[in-house]
Design a protein around this ligand. Structure first.
Ligand code: PBG
Length: 333
């Protein structure tokens, strides 16, 4: 329902309800809680390691033991879900990407360790070949072309390995055609009928992924760009078609990515489909806000909370954000 237009002044003075904190809280239309946040975490081999990522100040690649400690603290702050992204040993990055479906790769070991230590914390995964690919692409590259159907077969193997390891939510982020249906069918056949898929459905070909590619070590490898599979930032109708398609193929939840420059897409997806809708406030958005705050140009806490609330206002049920623990801590205080 559109808001009722205000009565003429002075019958209406809209500032009356902005006068105190209590009044502002009482009439707040949107709220944010730690339970709305999914925390993306970078993992790597090692012991006792927290390796800082220069383009993402405050974010580090964690060895599994450190992941467990950080996850426990995040869970205690009310965060319900962690999403894992691997930094793969360079020696294991190949053209055939076999490490991606190795049951003992770093991601699958981390899933098992998390589920053993913190069974109530949900573990979300990423399904795409880029952290394992010699050339940094999300799919197989044959004669310079990112091939669709062979990639989907590999993604299915990757999904099944993550399902067997105990993941709670699978997150296909690759943007190949037909991958949600193929993964859903394989899960049904393998006895994983209850496993949730959060599809990166409306994923745009964005410059805001730069720091992430540093974090997973794909930046120096990427040959060309991802414009033949990720959506053109000019296109809204196409994004809605992608969401409709992924829902039809068996996605339980959908994501818009990046976040802040695409709030119109978040709004449209929620209004059109009414399904659980998430936004990914990606690495470049984090770097932008954190970098400016570290330079003293922005109030870091204020813009962090304002940006997260904006996703809720736009219609998102939740947000993937590198700020998750900081925001949860602030909300707890
Ligand atoms: C790739 C993937 C990307 C991100 C998540 N999964 C990068 C890309 O598509 O190049 C980006 C996340 C971020 O920037 O924080 N499978």
């Amino acid at each position: 329902m559109p808001p009722r237009p205000p009565a003429p002044y002075p019958a209406a003075r809209l500032r009356r309800l902005r006068r105190t904190n209590a009044l502002r809280d009482l009439v707040a239309e949107t709220r944010l809680s730690a339970a709305d946040l999914i925390w993306p975490v970078f993992i790597r081999e090692g012991d006792g390691l927290e390796e800082p990522i220069p383009s993402m100040p405050g974010v580090a690649r964690l060895s599994i033991d450190r992941l467990l400690a950080r996850a426990e603290a995040a869970h205690a702050l009310g965060i319900t879900t962690i999403c894992l992204f691997p930094y793969t040993d360079p020696a294991l990055r190949t053209e055939d990407c076999e490490e991606a479906w190795n049951p003992d790769n770093i991601t699958n070991r981390a899933i098992r360790a998390l589920k053993a230590a913190l069974p109530e914390l949900s573990v979300m995964t990423d399904i795409a070949l880029d952290p394992y690919n010699a050339n940094g692409h999300d799919g197989f590259v044959v004669d310079g072309v990112i091939v669709n159907d062979a990639t989907v077969e590999a993604l299915v193997k990757m999904a099944l390995a993550q399902a067997d390891a105990g993941a709670d939510i699978l997150g296909p982020s690759d943007m190949m055609d037909g991958r949600i249906g193929a993964i859903r069918t394989a899960l049904e056949q393998a006895g994983h009928a209850d496993l949730a898929i959060l599809s990166y459905a409306a994923k745009f070909a964005s410059g805001f992924y730069g720091p992430f590619r540093d974090a997973v070590g794909a930046a120096g490898r990427l040959v060309g760009d991802k414009k033949t599979y990720q959506i053109n930032p000019a296109n809204r109708d196409e994004a809605l078609r992608c969401v409709a398609r992924d829902l039809d193929e068996g996605a339980d939840m959908v994501m818009v990515k990046p976040g802040m420059p695409y709030l119109d897409i978040c709004r449209a997806v929620k209004a059109e489909f009414g399904v659980p809708t998430f936004a990914y406030q990606v690495s470049g958005e984090y770097a932008m806000l954190r970098g400016a705050a570290l330079n003293g140009w922005l109030d870091g806490e204020a813009v962090m909370m304002e940006s997260l609330l904006a996703f809720r206002r736009a219609g998102c049920d939740g947000i993937l954000t590198y700020f998750a623990p900081d925001a949860a801590r602030l909300m707890r205080a």
